[in-house]
Design a protein around this ligand. Structure first.
Ligand SMILES: Cc1cc2nc3c(=O)[nH]c(=O)nc-3n(C[C@H](O)[C@H](O)[C@H](O)COP(=O)(O)OP(=O)(O)OC[C@H]3O[C@@H](n4cnc5c(N)ncnc54)[C@H](O)[C@@H]3O)c2cc1C
Length: 237
């Protein structure tokens, strides 16, 4: 919309300054069997595969993972968060097989050296699988299919600008009355009757529905006061 012109110059300037960057990479795996976590000896009730298998053994580990990304490298030892939807819906995979969906960090949007398309994806998948294998020694042998979605893939395929999972950096200069830009934190846009909602607006990212709730209250209040119709749109800068 901003390309269509007619927007106040300061709005165009501020939207162009909006930061939406990420180091998130999705790794989707086809498995011949479910992992057998070393940490789970079966003495507790329940099935560990119905939860999230998270590889984040220490703050130090996460710091080192981030250090790599700061210098444009994929993490040597990535943070991994893995779920197994076939435990709930077996039909998602051929009989007896499983899928693992891994949310991982960190892989920079663009690598300082080399590229995702030229071996980067394979190398990153190897690191993720290795981290999972450390926790579940049958993991690597069970992997039959690998899909790596880099930050650029996620931006291209899903329109998530910069692949920022919160639809914009959650830093102080983009929070509260500055989200998404100063002067428009009340869900209005420069187009009368058009409102924004979603994680790009206050209070930001997370599965909480507050931006939509606030936007509907804001638009309803204005609509009632002016007796005018309301249109809402997900925020996308
Ligand atoms: C990989 C990933 C992992 C995440 N992990 C977590 C987590 O662990 N915990 C957490 O709290 N948050 C997490 N988040 C963030 C969280 O998912 C988002 O902040 C939240 O879902 C955003 O909600 P939303 O309603 O603003 O947007 P969305 O959930 O993106 O919903 C927007 C909807 O609008 C639709 N839409 C877009 N354009 C149009 C259009 N023109 N017309 C009609 N419909 C349209 C889209 O299809 C979509 O359904 C994660 C996000 C990602 C991407």
């Amino acid at each position: 919309m901003r390309r269509s012109g007619g927007w106040p110059a300061e709005v165009v300037r501020d939207i162009n300054r909006f930061q939406s960057r990420s180091g998130s990479v999705k790794v989707n795996l086809g498995l011949s069997e479910l992992p057998k976590p070393k940490a789970w000896d079966g003495s507790m009730p329940g099935d560990p595969h119905t939860g999230i298998m998270s590889i984040s053994p220490s703050v130090e580990y996460l710091e080192r993972a981030w250090d790599d990304a700061k210098y444009g490298r994929m993490s040597e030892h990535p943070y991994v968060e893995c779920v197994f939807p076939t435990v709930f819906e077996p039909d998602l995979a051929p009989e007896g097989k499983h899928i693992a969906l891994c949310f991982t960090q960190f892989g920079p949007f663009e690598l300082a050296e080399g590229s995702w398309d030229d071996g980067g994806r394979d190398e990153y998948a190897r690191r993720v699988i290795s981290a999972l294998n450390d926790a579940s020694p049958n993991f690597e042998a069970a992997v039959e299919h690998v899909e790596v979605l880099t930050p650029k893939d996620i931006e291209d395929r899903f329109g998530l600008l910069g692949c920022n999972i919160f639809q914009g950096d959650m830093n102080p200069e983009q929070m509260f009355s500055f989200r998404p830009i100063p002067g428009y934190a009340d869900y209005r846009t420069p187009v009368a009757g058009l409102y924004m909602c979603g994680s790009g607006t206050h209070p930001g990212g997370g599965v909480m529905a507050v931006p939509g709730y606030n936007a509907s209250r804001s638009s309803s209040a204005t609509s009632a006061a002016t007796n005018s119709p309301v249109v809402t749109a997900p925020s996308r800068s």
